[in-house]
Design a binder for this molecule. Structure first.
Ligand code: JD8
Length: 253
């Protein structure tokens, strides 16, 4: 997969793209990643990428010309991308479904905004989609670009050692993950749940289902509507909801 990022801070990508699963995927060539310095696409002595906003007001805006020229250079050397993403607070919230969709493309470009944002003509005539990573304010689009890159690359075949772990991924199934434990069985008086030490694989599986459902019901009930549940999970969920109803109905009689 080809992945191009356009930014005024290319060094922000150095650490994150050298480490861990992402670093290994880049090293092995699963993703052909290129980070482009927007200033290399300016034509003035000062390498100007920003300007004051028409209409006035505080803060600078990224000029359209360097961004359009950067994209033209990418098209010439790398071909036509399947998506040109602008990371912006105005975008639709990036989801696992977006990560899956983008991971099936041959070529993705991400444009990183800074300052007060980018000239609207970039959104209108260059970007094919606008994505946000969540409802909080960052200083620019570089961290969102890294989030998108990380979520996409781990889905590429061969990126994660164990393909099964990607398939069983909590978000893949639409539920939160169950709790994980490792040795020791007793850590400073806090015990690992006995069922996990029992060696009863069927019981372990059922306990994990129950815990995943309990946590999802407790913390992210919004996820349950779209979750892909089997018959056993639906039965467990009914039990958990009935038990909760009991708790809140305490003073009924
Ligand atoms: C791109 C500039 C900062 C945003 C004034 C200073 C995404 N989930 C997200 N939160 N924030 C961003 C994001 C913020 C950005 C830029 C993305 C470019 N800024 C601006 C508007 C208000 N500040 C984001 N994706």
């Amino acid at each position: 997969m080809k992945f191009d990022i356009v930014t005024i801070f290319p060094r922000m990508f150095e650490g994150p793209t050298r480490e861990g699963i992402l670093g290994r995927a880049v090293e092995r060539g699963l993703v052909d990643l290129r980070v482009h310095d927007l200033r290399d696409h300016t034509d003035d002595r000062h390498r100007t990428v920003d300007d004051v906003a028409y209409g006035g007001g505080p803060g600078m805006v990224l000029k359209p010309a360097p961004i359009f020229r950067a994209l033209e250079a990418i098209r010439e050397t790398r071909g036509l991308p399947g998506a040109v993403i602008l990371t912006t607070p105005q975008g639709r919230t990036f989801s696992q479904a977006d990560a899956v969709r983008l991971s099936r493309m041959e070529h993705v470009v991400v444009l990183c905004g800074r300052y007060e944002g980018v000239d609207e003509r970039v959104c209108d005539h260059l970007a094919t989609e606008e994505l946000s990573i969540g409802d909080y304010v960052l200083t620019g689009g570089e961290l969102p670009a890294l989030v998108v890159l990380d979520a996409v690359v781990r889905l590429l075949p061969g990126a994660v050692g164990d393909e099964q772990s990607v398939e069983l991924d909590s978000f893949n199934r639409g539920l939160l993950d169950y709790p994980h434990y490792t040795r020791p069985a007793d850590f400073r008086g806090a015990a690992v749940p006995g069922v996990l030490l029992s060696g009863h694989h069927a019981e372990v599986r059922r306990w994990r289902k129950r815990e995943a459902l309990r946590r999802t019901l407790e913390r992210r009930p919004d996820l349950l509507a779209a979750a892909d549940l089997d018959d056993e999970e639906r039965a467990i969920l009914r039990e958990l909801m009935a038990a909760r109803q009991e708790e809140t109905d305490d003073g009924r009689d």
